[in-house]
Each structure stands twice: as structure tokens, then as C-alpha cells.
Write a protein of this length. Sequence first.
Length: 344
Amino acid sequence: MKIGVLGGGQLGRMLALAGYNLGLSFCIYDPDPSCCSKELAPTIHAEFNDLEKLIQFANQVDIITYENENIPYQTLMSLIQYKKIYPGIEAVRICQDRLLEKDFLKKLAIPTTDYLEINSLDEVKKAAEILKFPFFLKSRRHGYDGKGQFKITDASDIAELSEETLKIGFIAEKFVAFDREFSIICAKGLTGEILFYDLCENVHRSGVLYTTSNKINDAMFNQAKRYVEKLVDEFSYIGIVAVEFFQIGEECLVNEIAPRVHNSGHWTIEGALTSQFENHLRAIIGLPLGLTTSRCEVLMTNILGEMPDKLEFLQSNQVFLHDYHKSPKPGRKLGHYTQLINAI
Ligand code: AMP
């Protein structure tokens, strides 16, 4: 069976690596000629609006999945006429737009941060009155890893904004003084099965994920799981979904939904009985899901900007290095390493 993957970044790469063991083959579609999964599978380099190339892609695969939610919705609408797409195109339509995502959560009565739609400077000033300083301005689309976000701390920050910048559409979001951040990773299979990994405790630096550790039997798990079950149901979701939360005291709020495999689930490669990548593939091709149980405590750390001396990592028999074969660039995710803690 051949899986078509839209997007050829490290997530596509790790999907292919997991899938070869299951006997799957892959075709990747990514406009970037230097994308890092191209060395693992035949890759079509074309724009997402190139209908001819999209049809060529669809015709050579059995089903289609995606590794990022910023694939234009129109691209998915074109492809769905040819092949099934999982996790599903409605999840992409909602999750690629922060306003639609927040409205979706609100409709399901899933707690999220207070927010307002912003299209003009006047609306930013009104948001300051309602949400109070500080608050975040986040672009509705194409914002990830803190991109397209501004923290507005006082009136002077508002004075620096232009009407032109705001035209692309933003939301204003209340600043949350959270106690910690975590995510829940869930696998839902075509077979109807639903499984959860242990809660992932996340530490961000400058808006970018830095470390994740799995927390076995965490006190927040059940509350967060109920919210994830609700949204998986509403989307008729198939595949891996990652939901990011802010925890304040005993309560949690959804920050965002990633309808795909997720950086905070990379620890599952060595740290769980079945990785998120394998389970995503199992889910979308109709195989039973693999067990999601943690093998031990795990700490995953992202390698950002520059690749350190690899030999040093490889000295330890409890550290597992993943080099994405990307060229260094400040802040860029070049790889990650996973440390097993007290593994037997
Ligand atoms: P995002 O891309 O929206 O997930 O934001 C990236 C990171 O910025 C989050 O993981 C938080 O660490 C921080 N952040 C985003 N929104 C808020 C908020 N409303 N209040 C406090 N911190 C936030």
C-alpha cells in the first residue's frame, strides 16, 4: 500500500521511517526542493495549487495524509475527488484558522483562552479594554512555533501596529499565567478504537517547544482526555491528533489543536510500545492500533538552530538521537534526542 504525504518536513520523514517497517511505501508532495523527507521517498516538488501535479500524486497513492495543517484547503478539496484523505479535511479547515478553531472549541463547551476577532487598530484598542494588558495578537493563519504572534504589553505596542499588518486577520488572546503546558496525544483508528498516550508535559522557549516529558498517571489526564474525546467525535477524526493545553491550578484550557503527528509526541518512538507515527499509519489504513503504554519515563529535547557534536549523544546507551538532515538556521528544528530515564 502506498501512502501519499502532503508536506515533506521532519514529520513526513518520521512517518515514512515508521511505515517502511509495516511494509508501506510512500510518495511525498512538497513545494520545497530541499525538504528533508525527500531522501526517504519519491517526492513531487510542486506548488499546492498545481492541479496537474496534484492529480499525478493522487493517482499513484492509495490514501493521502498530511504532516501539517497549513496545506491550502482548496488543495485538499481537489485531492479528495481522487483519494480518501485522513485525518479529514474539516479538521484542517478549522485548525488552520485560529478564529475558527476557537469558535469550534467554544461551540463544544471546551474551555479555551478568551479571544476576540481582530481586523483593525480600533479592534485592538477595544481588545485591550476587554482582555487587559498584556495580551497576545496572533495571526489567524500560518502561525506556528510563535510565528505571527505579538505580545502586546502596553499602549506603546499598539502604537507600533499598522492597519496594513492587521489586514490579514488576527485574534487577540488573553494572556494566561499558566502553571504548566502539556499536550494530549490521541490515536483514533478506522476500526473505531481510541487510545491515548500518557500526558506530555511541555516546556517552550520563545514560543518553540524545547522539551517534552511523559507523565504517567498525571492528575490532569482525565479532565483533558474528556475534552479530546469530544473534539475527536465532532470531527469524526481518524489518525493522531495532538491537543495543547495550559494548566491553571486544577483546570486546563485548550491552547491549540494539531490534526497530525506532533513534536510533543516524538518521545513515543523509543518511550512507548508503539510510536505516534506507527499508530497514525495503523489508524488510517484500518489496522488495529498498537499499544500506547509508556515503556518508562522519557525526556525529549529539541535540537534547535545548530547540531551539537553527534558523537557525544551516541556515547550514552539511554539517549537516542534523531537527525532530520536539515541545514542549520537560527531557531530551526534540526533534530531531537530522547533520554530514557530508569529504563530496564
Ligand atoms: P502557540 O503557537 O499559540 O501555541 O504559542 C506558542 C507558545 O507561546 C505557547 O506554547 C505558550 O508557551 C506561549 N503562549 C501562546 N499563547 C499564550 C497565551 N495566551 N498566554 C500565555 N502564553 C502563551
